[in-house]
Design a protein around this ligand. Structure first.
Ligand code: FAD
Length: 371
């Protein structure tokens, strides 16, 4: 075999896995089609370290998020990666929403996540410029600089002796006697093949296609592109917010409502919204006509915000395995022996809280590896 371990995809999850296993196994390769890491989902997120509030008890999302956030805070401290455990407020702006936040507190307790109910005077002490009748405070939520995080993973992979092939697109996968033959189209448009004992599919938005290449076509795991658009809050109004502020989510939980995120550079964003794309196209356009609805949604709890205080910022695409209107699916992380592909590990539908969970996902995947 040319490689012992091959990871397809250098996003935050693929890199976290590669960092973990390159420290254990020899001959670890990461294959990435772009010229550098994190050019797809991972560079277009809210960069929030989620607490694990909304995910169903016992789901991988709940378990890996709760475990992952602690690992991530420790990792950032160890490697001096910019991180801010700023906390978040979920704000109720009507009497009906006050009843809902009680339920949210109970669900999060099932996941081992502690939330505190706050009255108006406590809210004002934290965030004097917002409006809320009552709020839930999540002390373990925070933000992180994901670029620095991925850069550290890349450095550690190389220090472990792992290799990263940028500009290399996986175009085919064939099962062979003890592993897989992987076809690559490189940056010079040349084709070549190599073999690997273990293959880990962490290809984000096209992870369903990679799985299909290995002979595992499965309608239930096909990815639906779901765009999230953001508007920024222009200076000086961005300075009126100190932490993450979320509305009470809609009941269908397709998204958690237009919320306010801060970043490590002092920027403040509204979003992301939820728009399923008709076909799986890489559409990062922000529709300026959405400014009115973003502004109205945020104005409910940011009374100081005027229409012209916001402007289109950026968009990201979520890799959802559920279709529009369907209940939320869990992460799909599976060693595929049962589908006739031993040593092939699929990660599909790695939407939020994938970044928060990247280190616990890496540990989980490592436990799935068997020769
Ligand atoms: C709008 C939005 C907001 C989010 N906010 C948060 C948040 O606040 N907190 C949180 O925890 N999570 C958040 N997430 C989720 C999080 O960003 C993702 O779970 C995570 O980034 C997924 O990482 P990944 O490595 O799986 O995917 P990616 O970063 O997309 O990496 C996959 C890589 O595979 C490569 N690839 C694909 N096909 C091939 C091929 N054939 N050959 C070679 N390479 C290939 C791609 O080029 C890509 O670089 C958000 C996501 C979105 C879209």
């Amino acid at each position: 075999m040319d490689a012992e371990m091959t990871i397809i995809g250098a996003g935050v999850i693929g890199l976290a896995i590669a960092e973990k296993i390159s420290g254990i196994y020899r001959n670890t390769f990461v294959i990435e089609k772009h010229p550098t890491f994190g050019q797809e989902i991972s560079s277009r997120s809210s960069e929030v370290i989620h607490a694990g509030i909304y995910y169903p008890q016992g789901s991988l999302k709940a378990e890996l998020c709760v475990e992952g956030k602690s690992l991530l805070y420790d990792y950032c401290r160890k490697y001096d990666i910019p991180v801010n455990n700023c906390g978040k407020l979920i704000v109720a702006t009507s009497q009906e929403e006050i009843a809902v936040i009680e339920g949210i507190k109970e669900n999060s307790a099932l996941n081992g996540v502690v939330l505190e109910i706050m009255e108006q005077d406590q809210i004002a002490a934290l965030e004097p410029n917002i409006f809320a009748l009552k709020a839930l405070f999540s002390p373990s939520t925070g933000i992180v600089d994901t670029h620095s995080l991925m850069k550290r993973f890349e450095t550690n992979i190389l220090n472990h002796g792992g290799q990263i092939a940028y500009g290399s697109e996986v175009t085919g996968i064939r099962k062979i006697e003890k592993g897989y033959e992987i076809s690559i189209l490189d940056a010079d448009k040349k084709n070549y093949c190599f073999t690997s004992t273990i293959v880990i599919n962490s290809a984000g938005l096209t992870s369903d296609k990679i799985s299909e290449m290995a002979g595992m076509k499965d309608e239930r795991l096909s990815i639906n592109f779901c765009k999230g658009e953001y508007f920024r809050v222009n200076p000086p109004k961005n300075r009126l917010i100190n932490r993450l502020i979320y509305p009470v989510p809609h009941t269908n939980m397709e998204g958690i409502g237009i919320h306010v995120t801060i970043d490590m550079g002092g920027g403040v964003k509204l979003g992301p919204d939820v728009t399923y794309l008709e076909s799986n196209v890489y559409d990062y356009h922000v529709d300026p006509s959405k400014q009115e609805s973003f502004w109205r949604s945020a104005k409910k709890f940011l009374p100081f915000l005027e229409y012209d205080d916001i402007a289109p910022e950026m968009a990201g695409i979520r890799p959802k395995t559920q279709k529009k209107g369907e209940p939320i699916h869990d992460f799909y992380i599976m060693e595929e022996s049962c589908r006739g592909n031993p040593g092939f590990i699929n990660l599909i539908g790695m939407e939020s809280p994938g970044m928060t969970s990247c280190l616990s996902i890496a540990n989980y995947v490592n436990r799935l590896i068997k020769f």
